[in-house]
Design a protein around this ligand. Structure first.
Ligand code: ATP
Ligand code: MG
Length: 286
């Protein structure tokens, strides 16, 4: 049975845009993935680019900052879980992102809301042939409609993330300048290598294309351990590492509390400016 939801009318038409699907991931939780994805998605939308964010996490952080605090509480709202449950298509699950403060749609920005039930993703797909391709098989529904689609992965490299790694055109590894998140980046690379062995025929990436250092420090005095780890990451990943480290900035947790991307909540803050520069370096906008 198809779910009768109106929001699919919100989906922008296929105008032949060359869509970049960006998979935002790290093997470790709390590495700045959702903060980055929301900040850059909003910055791109504000510059006239059509952007869709797909949240893959049962924590629903992306939904929270793009206007849907608890998608499960609204039965009329489609979620990614409904797509897996075949109640609607991926295209039908796209809804306008909202400014949590005003309730108004954010121009050029869309989201596929998350569900708490995404914690059952592995179980749901268990009996499916080539289940790792779950997102690859449907992501085409969004191509041509958006300049960029960002996949906000959970903080592990299990089936949700694996699906996003295969479906993505570019892999973005978000990391903090701390050992835990740096190890998470290594886990991500190892998983990419492993999955690529089996699914190279899909054209999937076999390496991390961009590394974002968030919640870092600006100089050695702020913390030698942080500085050392940052330098190690820059050495290991070379030109893939985005030039602008996002400093520790209280506006980031404040923006989360306000339910907004930091680039909307505090566009002049150091974090928002760094994320905006990150997106520019990635050529998501000028
Ligand atoms: N530049 C920053 N300054 C201050 N706090 C930050 C910064 N970047 C991220 N944080 C904080 O770090 C925490 C983790 O960030 P975020 O939720 O973006 O990570 P995540 O990788 O999406 O986590 P998860 O794996 O749980 O989904 C949040 O509390 C966020 O507010
Ligand atoms: Mg997150």
């Amino acid at each position: 049975m198809t779910r009768s939801t109106a929001p699919s009318a919100a989906l922008p038409p296929d105008t032949g845009l060359k869509t970049r699907v960006l998979t935002v991931a790290n093997g470790s939780a709390g590495s700045g993935k959702s903060t980055f994805a929301a900040a850059v998605a909003y910055a791109a939308a504000m510059r006239g680019k059509k952007v869709c964010v797909i949240g893959l996490d049962k924590q629903r952080d992306m939904s929270h900052v793009l206007g849907y605090d608890d998608p499960d509480s609204n039965p009329a709202l489609p979620t990614l879980y409904d797509v897996l449950d075949e109640l609607c298509t991926l295209a039908e699950a796209v809804v306008p992102a909202l400014n949590s403060k005003t309730g108004d749609p954010i121009p050029n920005l869309w989201i596929v809301p998350e569900s708490e039930k995404l914690d059952k993703l592995e179980f749901m797909l268990a009996g499916t042939t080539a289940r790792e391709l779950w997102l690859y098989k449907i992501i085409g529904q969004l191509r041509g409609r958006f300049d960029a689609v960002l996949l906000d992965c959970p903080g592990d490299v299990k089936l949700a993330t694996i699906g996003a790694l295969i479906a993505g055109d570019e892999i973005v590894g978000c990391v903090k300048s701390q050992e835990k998140e740096a190890r998470g980046l290594t886990q991500l690379e190892d998983k990419l290598y492993e999955v690529h062995q089996a699914y190279a025929h899909t054209g999937m990436r076999d390496k991390v294309d961009w590394v974002v250092i968030g919640d870092g420090v600006s100089n050695k005095k702020q913390g030698k351990v942080y500085w050392d780890v940052e330098q190690q990451i820059r050495k290991a990943y070379g030109d893939s590492v985005l030039k602008f480290t996002v400093r520790d900035d209280v506006k980031v947790p404040e923006a989360y509390t306000a339910g907004q991307p930091v680039t909307l909540y505090a566009p002049k803050s150091a974090a928002a400016e760094a994320y905006t520069k990150n997106g520019r370096q990635m050529k998501l906008y000028r």
